[in-house]
Design a protein around this ligand. Structure first.
Ligand SMILES: Cc1cc2nc3c(=O)[nH]c(=O)nc-3n(C[C@H](O)[C@H](O)[C@H](O)COP(=O)(O)OP(=O)(O)OC[C@H]3O[C@@H](n4cnc5c(N)ncnc54)[C@H](O)[C@@H]3O)c2cc1C
Length: 459
């Protein structure tokens, strides 16, 4: 049977390929995981997606949805070959409905494009991944992603009202509606969010939007003790302040960032916290002052408050460079995203930071720690010579220790990047019997396991 010819009956020839050079471009995402598809198809309508899925179902061909391929866990990598559905052509904003505080979009829309379209209306879509300029909303929803502002505004879960989904048999369903709340039936929207393309293909999303805050202020604080920075995060929350961002950088990250851009001139210290507050101008001013006071009480020095956009941009500059600076401490080595996304309860942040230090010393591997400390989500950055097997072994052991430490502290192996095929081995440890329920759901909806097989630790 000629699958390629059958696919050509569904989409025009320019939107399908089995050229090895093209397939190679779809054989990885931003992680280290690899797998080559047999076909790449770029649908432009829900009807096309449904027909492609029906074909895949009939012939039991694996089918993997791909947004922009910025995932860090191998989620969009076709481990078993088959069809990669490149969703990037379905990228329209169908409706901006300010009266009902919602938008209707296609899944291939780039995250930042939505916020650019909302800004003139005085609104925004709050979940804000660092990959905003690259990633798609479909990928963000499928990975249950978030970003710096989830400490105040929540994750993508809090903003999805309704999804259009092509199920594994090709049927098109709607999981929710236009209403702001509903107590009607099982919450299939929640089931699809974070399902990483293993239960269906998202072809449309109705999303809640939020008014842009009137004012913002940022507080930058330096600490001579790493754990004091960790303690400050929960102390701020205990005072009843809800920051709109609360980012941490440890001394290794600070060194790397200073190496990347010496003009930043960050004082040599153990940790740095960048805390942002937003809202009405008067509450922002008092909130920023209280945050600064709290930082000083817990031992911070060089505490700066910025109210204007240019000043805030300057304070944020170092944090924005953190990801890119990883290799600066390890010239000639490559950053590998592994063990990079744990999250722990706020009270466990100081202990997790200490654990990461110990793990780094034990394995003799530089680990940069930075991230969204305000919601307990810590990113680690490690770089190795990827051609050196021994270094791979050390890296894998280091990542394993980081994951296990997070689980010991009642945390999770992924705060926002997802499980994909990088973290499946921890699912039983993290979820116990609940993993059996996930497997049962997967088997009931996708008995032939065509939807993104070998992901999320489901098999
Ligand atoms: C520099 C950098 C910074 C990052 N910062 C953040 C961050 O701050 N927060 C964060 O959450 N993530 C972050 N990420 C990770 C990544 O950008 C997110 O996971 C993003 O949401 C993935 O979107 P994507 O379009 O690239 O999806 P892809 O990587 O293409 O796919 C991700 C998963 O979603 C599935 N999928 C994609 N589209 C669909 C669809 N339409 N229907 C069903 N399943 C689908 C895929 O099968 C796969 O399992 C970062 C990545 C990089 C490289």
């Amino acid at each position: 049977m000629d699958i390629f010819a059958k696919l050509q009956n569904i989409v025009t020839p320019l939107r399908i390929s089995n050229d090895p050079a093209e397939l190679y471009c779809y054989s990885s995402d931003a992680s280290y995981i690899k797998g080559t598809p047999d076909y790449v198809v770029m649908p432009s309508t829900t009807a096309e997606v449904s027909e492609i899925v029906k074909l895949a179902q009939k012939h039991h061909i694996p089918i993997v949805a791909r947004g922009a391929g910025t995932g860090l866990a191998g989620g969009a990598v076709p481990l078993c070959g088959g069809i990669v559905l490149d969703m990037s052509r379905m990228n329209r904003i169908i409706d901006i409905d300010i009266r009902n505080l919602q938008v209707l979009v296609e899944p291939g829309l780039i995250h930042a494009d939505l916020n650019r379209a909302l800004e003139p209306h005085g609104f925004f879509f709050p979940p804000d991944p660092g990959s905003s300029e690259m990633c798609t909303l479909g990928g963000l929803i499928a990975n249950r992603g978030s970003g710096m502002r989830s400490v105040k505004y929540g994750t993508v879960t809090d903003y999805v009202l309704d999804l259009e989904v092509v199920m594994p048999d090709g049927a098109v369903i709607r999981t929710g509606g236009r209403v702001m709340k509903s107590a009607s039936g099982y919450d299939l929207t929640a089931l699809m969010i974070g399902s990483e393309g293993t239960l269906g293909i998202i072809t449309g999303a109705r999303l809640k939007i939020h008014p842009l805050p009137e004012a913002r202020a940022a507080v930058l604080a330096h600490f001579n003790e790493l754990e004091a920075a960790g303690r400050t995060v929960s102390a701020i929350m205990e005072k009843g302040i809800v920051p709109s961002a609360c980012e941490l950088m440890d001394s290794t990250t600070i060194k790397a960032v200073n190496t990347y851009d010496a003009n930043l001139n960050i004082p040599d210290c153990e940790a740095m916290l960048l805390i942002e507050v937003d809202g009405a101008p008067c509450s922002v001013e008092s909130g920023a002052a209280r945050v600064a006071e709290c930082c000083r009480e817990l031992g911070a020095f060089d505490v700066t408050i910025a109210y204007s956009e240019p000043e805030m941009k300057e304070l944020w500059a170092a944090r924005r460079l953190a990801g890119a600076a990883v290799t600066r401490l390890n010239p000639g080595k490559t950053r590998v995203y592994i063990g990079e996304d744990i999250a722990v309860p706020l009270s466990a942040i100081p202990e997790m930071l200490r654990e990461i230090r110990n793990i780094s010393d034990r394995h003799g591997l530089n680990i940069m720690t930075y991230g969204h400390a305000g919601d307990g989500n810590l990113h680690t950055g490690m770089a190795i010579d990827t051609l050196d097997e021994e270094q791979w072994e050390v890296l894998e052991k280091t990542a394993d220790d980081i994951h296990l430490a997070a689980l010991r502290l009642n945390g999770t192996v992924s705060g926002e990047h997802g499980i994909g095929s990088a973290r499946g081995m921890y699912m039983i440890k993290e979820h116990g019997g609940a993993l059996d329920v996930m497997i049962a759901i997967k088997q009931a909806l996708d008995p032939h396991n065509i939807m993104n097989p070998q992901k999320v630790g489901l098999e």
